[in-house]
Design a protein around this ligand. Structure first.
Ligand code: UDP
Length: 481
């Protein structure tokens, strides 16, 4: 047994599905690898209730779930805004600001845990949006760590862009990043909020503060793999003063009980191997109505089987599906031909990506989607929409060679072209020269991800051990004082 065992670890994710999922997977991983560890996951009441009612893997039953009070209404948000999925994208910045009010309740919870256990937790592992929690850790003498649920390259690029706003200092369409002169960003790779940022807007205000607070943490663990993200990790280590340990891929195990989704899995069962393109833009982003039509026409023209998770387009006030978002009789045509299925709302993504019939993923390139896809050997057709997604796509295309970008953004000005959709989908799905090369690279990356968790030499095994060694040595030092 190592020093980190028989201890209590508190996990504190931001309330967005793309953050809660990897934190739950981390909780599962910690319990699996160190069964004597007590793991508590903290979130707001609605999120804890959602976790309890979802079909979680059995190993999660050993995770303690604790809720702390949060009142979105006190910040001008609707009551259900305890999770980003419940609000439109533009309100997320308000939720980020509001989430800072969780500090007193979080501090009280750590106080309660300390009373119950007779000693403070060994460490607090918090979201980077909750970097302020290092104040709480200091008060209790606990080791503090940030768990980045994003990739190293995307994190380093976003941090540099938001800190320096370099696009405001040039008229050029392309410009290098101040700390990383080899990294050239194109203006079209800037999300709307960053394009409009001037350093005093709510996004800059929140992000610049959090970025500088991250440098107070004792250590960073990150959901990536040393051998897969060499460049990104070099960049991140250049700007962070603390150790950075990759511990990825941290991905949940697919759940065996998938209530209400039998029809999707049955349809997949009846398709040829690696023939289906899974299309999804994550838990909170959608594309614009004209883009949906171009995508539909491109998919139809490519004659590729597909499973498309469809949600209301950007700006729509309707939560109900409207056929006019798509070309006339599109859904019926696809259904009758048996070539395409529309999933309205939410899909069992991990199960779909793990299915032998799935041969490609048209993705917005949220980092969890990237890891879930590559760790299952599924190549990506990238359509990044915002934030780090744009840089995840850039890194995967330019450095890893595991994806082809088909379109970028969901603003009025962002074009999507049915001809490009058709061409790229055919290229990736129907075994052209480039498609074959991409599949070869994806297999290599999948191998590297697997090796990272092999006992002994695996880089993520080592990363996690070093992390616990550092936490335990800080605890040892605190006890001697
Ligand atoms: N997800 C899912 N079903 C959906 C959409 C998303 O299970 O229909 C899950 C997906 O597997 C991933 C997370 O939600 O774990 C989305 O995280 P990601 O980082 O890919 O994107 P985000 O939603 O944060 O933009």
């Amino acid at each position: 047994m190592e020093d980190g065992d028989r201890q209590h670890v508190v996990l504190f994710p931001f309330m967005a599905q793309g953050h809660i999922n990897p934190f739950l997977a981390l909780a599962e991983l910690l319990r699996r690898r160190r069964p004597t560890l007590t793991v508590t996951l903290v979130s707001t009441p609605l999120n804890i209730q959602n976790i309890k009612s979802s079909s979680c893997p059995p190993s999660l039953s050993s995770i303690r779930l604790r809720s702390i009070p949060f009142s979105p209404a006190a910040h001008g948000l609707p009551p259900e805004a305890e999770t980003t999925a419940a609000i439109p994208f533009h309100q997320i910045v308000t939720l980020l600001h509001a989430s800072q009010s969780l500090q007193p309740a979080f501090e009280q919870l750590i106080e309660d845990i300390t009373q119950e256990d007779g000693r403070p937790p060994l460490c607090i592992i918090a979201d980077n949006f909750f970097a302020w929690s290092f104040h709480v850790a200091r008060r209790f003498g606990a080791f503090h760590s940030i768990f980045f649920t994003s990739g190293a390259y995307g994190t380093a690029v976003c941090s540099s862009l938001w800190t320096h706003l370099p696009h405001r200092k040039t008229n050029s369409d392309e410009f290098p990043l101040p700390e990383f002169p080899d990294t050239i960003i194109h203006r079209s790779q800037l999300p709307k909020d960053l394009l409009m940022a001037d350093g005093t807007d709510p996004w800059s205000d929140f992000l610049q503060r959090q970025i500088s607070l991250v440098s107070e943490t004792d250590a960073v663990i990150i959901n990536t793999v040393e051998e897969v993200e060499k460049t990104g990790l070099r960049m991140l280590r250049k700007v962070l003063p603390c150790p950075v340990w990759p511990v990825g891929p941290v991905v949940s195990s697919p759940s065996s009980a998938i209530a209400g989704n039998d029809h999707i899995m049955k349809w997949l069962d009846s398709q040829p191997p690696a023939s289906v393109l899974y299309v999804s833009f994550g838990s909170q982003n959608t594309i614009a109505a004209p883009q949906m039509k171009e995508l539909a026409m491109g998919l139809e023209a490519s004659r590729t089987r597909f499973l498309w998770v469809i949600r209301p387009p950007v700006g729509s006030t309707s939560r109900e599906f409207k056929p006019e978002w798509l070309p006339e009789k599109f859904e019926e045509r696809m259904r009758d031909a048996g070539t395409g299925v529309l999933v309205h709302g939410w899909a069992p993504q991990l199960e779909i990506l793990s299915h032998a019939s799935t041969g490609g993923f048209m993705s917005h390139c949220g980092w969890n989607s990237v890891l879930e896809s590559l760790s299952r050997g599924v190549p990506i057709v990238a359509w990044p929409l915002s934030g780090d997604q744009l840089y995840n796509a850039k890194m995967m295309e330019e450095e890893l060679g595991v994806c082809v970008e088909v379109a970028r953004g969901n603003m009025e000005s962002s074009r999507a072209d049915r001809v490009v959709v058709e061409k790229v989908v055919k290229e990736v799905m129907h075994g052209g020269q480039r498609g074959k090369e991409i599949r070869r690279r994806v297999e290599e990356v999948r191998g590297l991800m697997k090796e990272a968790w092999t006992e002994g030499p695996g880089s993520s095994v080592k990363g996690l051990s070093e992390f616990f060694r550092a936490a335990a040595s800080m605890r040892g030092a605190a006890m001697k004082m």
